[in-house]
Design a protein around this ligand. Structure first.
Ligand SMILES: *Cc1c(COP(=O)(O)O)cnc(C)c1O
Length: 505
């Protein structure tokens, strides 16, 4: 067993379910006599006599229960989280302060424009800043995630092409693409043609030319791509697509390598989405909320979702009457709290700060790439952008795989990188350190990875049995997601028994 352990170590004794805790009559809160009469005003039929099995606990018990549960979560505030493509950077707390200002957080979403001028001004300025950063002409902030941004962008493309007389039927997507690209294309009624990356991990214009036809509505390209490599042929690729009347869609979920250094709008891109919950430091994970604003070039602006935020005589208003618009894609203004956080992040860094952020993200990723090269197989050896991809090829001869390495990292107190993605790399370990990590943390991670490589050689069984320091070991992840067992005492017992048995083998 390893001495290394993440913060979850102390949780190895399972806390009981909250429904099994407490004692009848115990309470953390007492109604003043006056207040109890509130119930007199509620019709009897709406009042419950009793809530069967409702736990009765003191304040400290409740606090401990939920604090313990929160420690089961792996968080950027406690540990390094190099999950490739996800940009798990630190989210500065000033963002939270601004998002919680009562003037923002207490606004009623149906309040008329004249009563929410400040909020509309924030949204308007965020649109302008994102347009500047990405090099696009117009932005909509409505989409609630990257994937919804993709769908929105494709709907815009479809609406535009339909007005030209033919919506076309196909979307070209590289083999390195995020799975949401083909999924969004399909959802928007298109079929997908895959184009292969070359031996250096990027797309060539000639390859796109081979599959390009008058029936292709758009190419969806990610830059930097999911291998962390810059698609340096993007301009030539865009020319090929445009020549056949298609549009170029850029998956800009990860803008962490580009801010202040390069603008997709200068690369021949017509439509893009940006993930505020990655690059622009709004918290994410666990399913949301997020924000996936979409940017377009001027010729597409009439197709953007309504309402559009417009400025007239120094006043902000909501424009609904746009006949070519694809319509609404999200209720109200999108995830306003997320937008307020991203606005704060951009304002507090300024343009120099954003550029510095990108430079640091590039430096950190390349630092890890050089430090781990040789210990782990690096399929693409050129300098990377914000992330780099290794494989388990050198460890496979000891029977140790990417999954084993990822699980073992937990014992060293690190969140594993993204694994087995992108699909074009067998046994991929996709590492994205982000700019918010210091050198000591990167060195500690490198040390852990080198140590695991040594263990793989000297004691592969140890690595294959990991993790040892977490509340549970390896679960059947599919079953765990579909049939979660929330009472975890028996899981831990069974898991321990299994680990003891396998240790005896
Ligand atoms: C994260 C990501 C997406 C999807 O974004 P969601 O907000 O999770 O829907 C799409 N493309 C790339 C390259 C990504 O990294």
């Amino acid at each position: 067993m390893s001495e290394h352990s993440p913060g979850t170590n102390r949780l190895r004794s399972a806390p009981p379910l909250i429904f099994e805790s407490g004692s009848p009559g115990r309470s953390g809160f007492f109604w003043p006599e006056e207040e109890t009469r509130i119930t007199d005003r509620i019709p009897g039929v709406l009042l419950r006599e009793d809530i069967p099995g409702f736990p009765e606990l003191g304040e400290l018990e409740v606090l401990r229960h939920f604090t313990r549960l929160s420690h089961l979560n792996f968080a950027i505030e406690s540990q390094f989280y190099p999950l490739g493509s996800c940009t798990m950077k630190y989210n500065p707390k000033i963002n939270e302060v601004v998002a919680r200002l009562p003037g923002f957080s207490m606004l009623h979403p149906l309040a008329p424009a004249e009563l929410i001028q400040g909020a509309l001004e924030l949204l308007h300025h965020l649109e302008l800043m994102l347009a500047e950063i990405s090099g696009m002409d117009h932005i909509t902030l409505q989409p609630a995630a990257g994937a919804q941004g993709e769908l929105t962008g494709l709907m815009v493309i479809r609406a535009y092409l339909e007005r030209q007389g033919n919506p076309r039927r196909k979307i070209v997507v590289p083999d390195t693409a995020h799975g949401t690209n083909p999924a969004s294309s399909t959802l928007c009624g298109y079929s997908v043609i895959q184009v292969s990356s070359n031996s250096r991990g990027i797309i060539e214009a000639a390859k796109v030319d081979e599959v390009m036809s008058e029936d292709v509505a758009a190419l969806m390209i990610t830059n930097p791509n999911t291998l962390g490599l810059f698609e340096k042929n993007i301009q030539a690729i865009a020319d090929v697509v445009h020549k056949k009347g298609g549009l170029v869609y850029l998956d800009g979920a990860n803008l962490n390598a580009l801010m202040g250094l390069a603008k997709p709008g200068d690369m021949g891109v017509d439509v893009l989405h940006i993930n505020l919950h990655k690059t622009f430091s709004t918290p994410h994970g666990g399913g949301g909320p997020g924000a996936g604003p979409v940017g377009v070039k001027a010729f597409l602006q009439d197709y953007l979702p309504i309402p559009r935020i417009v400025r007239k005589d120094g006043h902000f208003d909501l424009e609904e009457d746009l006949p070519n618009s694809v319509g609404r894609v999200r209720s109200f203004f999108g995830n306003f709290g997320i937008l307020a956080r991203a606005y704060t992040y951009i304002i507090s860094l300024g343009s120099d700060g954003l550029e510095e952020t990108s430079r640091m993200a590039l430096l950190n990723a390349n630092y890890l790439r050089k430090k781990l090269e040789g210990t782990f197989h690096l399929p693409y050896t050129e300098p990377c952008m914000h992330e780099c991809v290794f494989t388990d090829r050198l460890q496979q001869k000891y029977g140790v795989t990417t999954l084993d390495i990822a699980k073992r990292l937990l014992d060293y107190g690190f969140h594993p990188p993204t694994i087995y993605f992108p699909l074009v790399v067998a046994g991929a370990l996709m590492i994205e350190p982000t700019e918010t990590e210091n050198r000591e943390t990167l060195d500690a991670f490198v040390e852990a990875m080198i140590s695991i490589a040594r263990e793989a050689k000297e004691n592969p069984t140890l690595v294959k049995g990991a993790p040892y320091s977490t509340p549970v070991g390896r679960l059947d992840e599919t079953r765990a997601a579909r049939k979660p067992v929330l009472r975890w005492e028996p899981i831990i017992k069974a898991d321990r028994a299994q680990r003891l048995a396998s240790a005896k083998d």
